[in-house]
Design a protein around this ligand. Structure first.
Ligand SMILES: *Cc1c(COP(=O)(O)O)cnc(C)c1O
Length: 303
């Protein structure tokens, strides 16, 4: 994982020179926000960033939620995301804007702090593996509960909140699974460590409403795509056992894209292979992201 340049505090610097001090506040307590965005190589050879505006808007919303002001206008960070792809000469890549705080004091409460911003980009293949995208993955319902909506700010991609995700993911992997599914504080399915969850039962899709989950942009795209394909989608809570008896289960996320889940807690989902509806939606999603459907053109920002 490396690229030529990183955009850091207003300028492009060499990858190895984008350094911070060990006393950086965010490094100690996790108050910072970030985004994850993908740029795809389209069918015509051009590159396009998928839903750039929405990702940057969410970055600013995340910062607003934790009461941190990003010292650049939104359109500048949008432009930086396009430039970072160009500067590094990427056709396809992942883009990671990061906002963190720096202070000359290290108490929890610091009155004076500097907000620093970096935009990093690198080539990142399928997050849960090519094999996972094609044949599906195994998920484990975690013993770690997702944040209560009054404890973690679940609508924000806040750095420190990912300790919960990492604990869940490491537990899942150490038990021989690929990914963790977390329940909410009332015991209903919340989300995976960095993905939203969908189930399909009798041709109807169901996904967790915007309660304890991060409002995924891929989730929103999949709801729209599924509706446009004529499927019914309900945003409704569902329980752990509904996962077990679902016909299909899949995850959505910028990193994970649309990944089929074929096993939950050792129980086969459907026939143990990626479901038909999942496959159709996955295919359509990749076609849309690669500019093959005119009606979704406004989701793409060409480089
Ligand atoms: C980023 C993220 C998602 C997926 O959101 P996208 O906008 O689709 O990338 C889902 N859950 C969590 C916890 C996340 O951090």
């Amino acid at each position: 994982m490396k690229a030529e340049k990183i955009w850091f505090d207003g300028k492009f610097v060499n990858w190895d020179e984008a350094q911070i001090h060990v006393c950086t506040h965010t490094l100690h307590y996790g108050l910072g926000v970030f985004e994850g965005i993908r740029c795809y190589e389209c069918h015509d050879g051009r590159s396009a960033i998928f839903r750039l505006r929405e990702h940057i808007e969410r970055l600013y919303n995340s910062a607003h939620i934790v009461d941190v002001e990003i010292p650049y206008p939104q359109n500048e960070i949008e432009k930086v995301c396009k430039d970072i792809v160009k500067v590094n000469g990427f056709k396809e890549c992942y883009i990671r804007p990061l906002v963190f705080i720096d202070s000359n004091q290290l108490g929890l409460y610091v009155k004076e702090f500097k907000v620093r911003v970096a935009v990093i980009s690198w080539v990142w293949g399928a997050y849960l593996g090519e094999e996972g995208l094609r044949n599906g993955i195994k998920a484990k319902v975690s013993s770690f509960i997702r944040h209560h909506v009054d404890a973690g700010m679940t609508k924000a991609k806040v750095n420190g909140q990912y300790v919960n995700s990492i604990l869940a993911k490491r537990e899942a992997i150490s038990c021989g699974y690929d990914e963790a599914i977390m329940l909410d504080t009332e015991g209903y399915v919340s989300e995976a460590s960095g993905e939203n969850v969908f189930i399909v039962k009798h041709n109807v899709l169901k996904t967790t409403p915007l309660t304890s989950i991060l409002p995924g942009i891929t989730r929103e795209c999949v709801i729209k795509i599924a509706n446009d394909m004529g499927f019914k989608v309900k945003e409704e809570r569902f329980s752990r056992d509904e996962l077990y008896i679902a016909d299909e289960v899949f995850f959505t996320g910028t990193a994970a894209e649309v990944t089929p889940v074929v096993n939950v807690d050792g129980r086969r989902i459907g026939n143990g292979k990626p479901g038909e509806i999942t496959k159709k939606i996955q295919q359509k999603f990749f076609e849309v992201a690669r500019g093959m459907h005119k009606e979704y053109e406004d989701w793409l920002t060409y480089i």
